[in-house]
Design a protein around this ligand. Structure first.
Ligand SMILES: *Cc1c(COP(=O)(O)O)cnc(C)c1O
Length: 361
């Protein structure tokens, strides 16, 4: 597979592409939207800010079918739920899991129940969950509370849990690491990744380790996890009871994969760092206005983090930043925090437009 033209045109979705690495059999009904095979795009403007021959690329997982990396895990979780005969799935979500669960569950002919923190889900994500036909339940609490509830629900009612505590989610998500190695010919030196519930950092590491064991790559990356300063339990070592950040996708105070993420950090000799909302927004604008890449605020945490610790990057290293979600998910933040403005109320004439353009001096 990888990045050949024919591989691209015939991409069958990640379960078929990486079948031998995934817990599926011939009797698994594959529910797919042809997720995966997302672009790995050079980011020269970011690299220039670091210098010293460092190469920076972004893995733009916001180009998955529902606009986030959650689709990688969801194709697996929903296929396995269907195989087991499930009629309904449930999840707690900061938004993207709900959109993805809704799309894949409906495609697989199942009901999707999603619990979201009332008032803290970006507009595009809510729109998706509704239109896909999820049964959306907004609770007056945060993500951590919602996750606690759905975990109980799944053990007491006939609904399958599809949060990343479902092991099939991580199995699907690890394929992003395979794609990086297939594209680069080896693992990157550093992987920079936003961390919320800590499933994705765990999944990437699983993928790199499996490929390394199979000698598909010679090295393993240093895993650099970045959290928002107002929701950084892995940095401080303490549960955050009231997490706060503009990056709602990582507004999580008690990550479900906490121990696994610490194990990844230690095994890879990586680090957890936090970035402020201001730093996240700076990277968000930089990615859009200098690289032409529109990601959501949580995703920009990986680039904000890289720039924050840029002096620690080894000279000449290859660094991949994971852009977990699409910028179109959260138009409110884009409009509120753009440094740009548009000119309104212009008369519909050539001279008025030319004047507005500054051409009629
Ligand atoms: C879910 C999500 C994250 C966090 O991933 P975890 O596996 O929870 O650490 C980051 N960014 C976006 C856009 C997400 O949807």
């Amino acid at each position: 597979m990888g990045n050949t033209a024919s591989g691209h045109l015939n991409w069958p979705g990640l379960i078929e592409a990486y079948r031998s690495y995934l817990p599926v059999s011939d009797s698994t009904p594959v529910v797919t939207l042809q997720e995966g095979n997302t672009p790995l795009i050079p980011a020269p403007a970011i690299a220039k800010r670091i210098g010293r021959g460092v190469r920076v690329l972004v893995k733009y997982d916001g180009l998955n079918p529902t606009g986030s990396f959650k689709d990688r895990g969801m194709t697996m979780a929903i296929s396995k739920a269907k195989e087991a005969g499930a009629k309904a799935v449930i999840c707690a979500s900061t938004g993207n899991t709900s959109a993805s669960a809704a799309a894949y569950a409906r495609r697989g002919g199942m009901r999707a129940f999603v619990l979201i923190p009332d008032g803290y889900v970006a507009l595009g994500k809510l729109a998706q969950a509704l239109l896909y036909g999820a049964e959306v339940l907004a609770i007056q609490g945060n993500f951590d509370q919602a996750l606690g509830i759905v975990r109980e629900m799944a053990s007491n009612y006939p609904v399958t849990l599809v949060n990343s505590v479902n092991p099939y989610r991580l199995e699907g998500q690890k394929t992003a690491a395979f794609e990086l190695v297939d594209s680069l010919g080896d693992a990157p030196d550093w992987l920079c990744i936003p961390v919320g519930n800590a499933g994705n950092i765990t999944a990437y590491w699983m993928g790199f380790c499996q490929y390394h064991q199979d000698r598909k790559c010679d090295r393993l990356p240093v895993m650099m996890g970045f959290q928002a300063a107002g929701a950084s339990p892995l940095v401080t070592g303490e549960v955050v009871t009231h997490p706060e950040t503009i990056a709602t996708a990582i507004r999580i105070g008690n990550p479900a994969s906490w121990e696994k993420a610490i194990a990844v950090q230690q095994a890879s000799q990586g680090k957890f760092n936090s970035v402020t909302d201001a730093e996240i927004l700076e990277a968000y604008r930089l990615l859009a206005s200098e690289e032409g890449i529109f990601c959501e605020p949580a995703s920009a945490a990986s680039v904000a983090g890289l720039l924050k610790v840029k002096d620690q990057v080894p000279t000449g290293a290859t660094v991949v930043c994971v852009l977990t979600g699409n910028g179109l998910k959260d138009p409110d933040t884009a409009i509120q925090h753009s440094n740009n403005q548009f000119k309104q109320g212009i008369e519909p004439t050539i001279s008025a437009v030319a004047t507005a353009m500054g051409l009629n001096e």
